[in-house]
Design a protein around this ligand. Structure first.
Ligand code: SF4
Ligand code: SF4
Length: 456
């Protein structure tokens, strides 16, 4: 297929050139795997990647629908041509929401669907009922009908409660609205999404992802979930997937690749030490401790990279996606896509299998470097904080800033936490750290995040 030009003036420009996956790990630009940061491919690789097609389809639980293992996460979508190309290359699951790109994601999907056989695509949209609290039955119906209008379609395959807190799993007005809409042929399946504890412009949620998803499985009325899962998740993630499989639920994933950024952390600590010094002060004790931990882990990272033939931790990205797809309970992964480059990157993963040495590498990564990284969505430490600081949300903004290069979004979101941000962390005994089951030196990380995310 000839590619249409990418004309959309609002599309984000490439920010940096990042390394490719090592050939042994699959030709996937690390940056694309980590989110919105774009990268540049070598011509030969681009041509090969551009001709790649989806190679594997899986039955989406009890929906019975065969979906592409790599799905189209339309969170940032504003270019319908990219989605059209995805359809041509065999992608058939799209995840969107009423508010993505202020409704333009759904509009772009509507454009790309024009003239296509609607039955060949599984389309999921979502309503965020924490952010927009109009959630009685009439409002839910009204909001969903507006989704259909933007999508230019008579029905959605799945309607989800987006970022569902535990309290909304049994929100009867939603279930009643869904039953009516289903009877009217406007929607086929029900679902929910969860990325765990959250505190953002979307509202405050304290429930871990596993708690919400397992409650949904127990409730029995949800056919499909979109949830955070990755190789650092451990037992809680295993229990969550098992609960979904027992109810034959469709399982779609987001945030499949946690970032390991301790080298950046060490650099930031050096700069912070200089700043304190210029003010005639010593680095606070908690940061001295973090600097030591960080130095140890940086050394461990170097050993890890050498051992596995990697140039940087990000090069584990292809293996991280294959790890998720290697789970039989998982039906597709939904990376965010809005460029041909990202499309090429992710389609290249379709149908590839996790190799033994990749599984060993990820296990080693979890063992040696896992405590460097906050799991972000788990939030297990938050109840220990006397000041109500939303640890998981702040670590997510830290991830947006440092790894996904969405600096403005990260800082804007952080500014909205006024009153409960991490400003108080420097003068605290740090009970959150003792409460973290993953041994993450979270207090120092919060102080660093506060420095990084606060507008000067
Ligand atoms: S610091 Fe630990 S407990 Fe808190 S959100 Fe991160 S991983 Fe979870
Ligand atoms: S360091 Fe103290 S104030 Fe900061 S999140 Fe932890 S417990 Fe709360």
């Amino acid at each position: 297929m000839t590619r249409p030009a990418e004309k959309n003036p609002h599309e984000r420009k490439p920010l940096t050139r990042r390394g490719f996956m090592g050939a042994a790990l699959g030709a996937v630009p690390a940056a694309a795997l980590f989110g919105r940061e774009a990268s540049v491919q070598a011509p030969a690789q681009t041509q090969a990647a551009a001709s790649a097609r989806i190679k594997e389809y899986r039955t989406l639980g009890r929906t019975g629908y065969k979906v592409s293992d790599i799905a189209f996460g339309a969170g940032p979508l504003n270019n319908a041509n990219v989605l059209s190309a995805a359809f041509e290359r065999g992608m058939n699951y799209i995840d969107t929401a009423e508010h993505y790109e202020n409704g333009n994601s759904e509009r772009a999907i509507g454009q790309a669907l024009k003239g296509r056989d609607r039955s060949k695509v599984f389309l999921t949209t979502k309503l965020n009922m924490v952010y927009d609290k109009r959630n009685d039955k009439a409002a839910i119906r009204d909001r969903f009908m507006k989704c259909l209008e933007r999508l230019g379609t008579a029905y959605a395959d799945c309607l989800m409660i987006h970022l569902c807190p535990l309290a909304l799993v049994k929100h009867e007005p939603y279930h009643e609205a869904f039953r009516e809409l289903k009877a009217e042929g406007k929607v086929r399946f029900s679902g929910l999404s969860s990325r765990g504890a959250d505190y953002s412009l979307s509202g405050r949620i304290d429930d871990p992802v596993e708690t919400v998803v397992m409650a949904a499985a127990e409730d029995g009325r949800f056919d499909v979930v979109l949830c955070t899962y990755n190789y650092l998740k451990g037992d809680a993630g295993d229990r969550m997937l098992k609960a979904c499989a027992e109810k034959n639920m469709g399982v779609t994933l987001m945030k499949m690749n946690p970032a390991l950024t301790n080298a950046q952390e060490a650099e930031m600590l050096v700069r912070l030490r200089e700043r304190y010094k210029s003010q005639g002060k010593d680095l606070p004790e908690v940061l001295v401790k973090l600097a030591q931990v960080s130095a140890d882990r940086t050394a461990a990272t170097e050993v890890f990279l050498k051992k596995h033939g990697l140039g940087e931790p990000a090069q584990s990205g292809g293996a991280a996606l294959r790890y998720c797809l290697n789970r039989p309970e998982v039906h597709c992964v939904c990376p965010s896509i809005n460029s041909f480059e990202e499309l090429d990157s992710f389609i290249a993963i379709s149908g590839t299998k996790l190799e033994t040495r990749e599984a060993e590498m990820l296990a080693d990564c979890r063992e040696t470097l896992g405590s460097s990284t906050c799991r972000i969505g788990c939030g297990e430490c938050q109840a220990a904080c006397p000041n109500g600081v939303p640890v998981a949300a702040i670590m997510r903004y830290d991830y947006y800033f440092r790894t996904a290069k969405r600096e403005k979004e990260a800082m804007t979101n952080y500014a909205a936490l006024a009153g409960v941000d991490a400003a108080s962390c420097a003068d605290c005994p740090g009970p959150c750290e003792a409460a973290c089951p993953h041994d993450v030196p979270i207090q120092g990380k919060l102080i660093l995040a506060h420095n990084m995310l606060t507008l000067p």
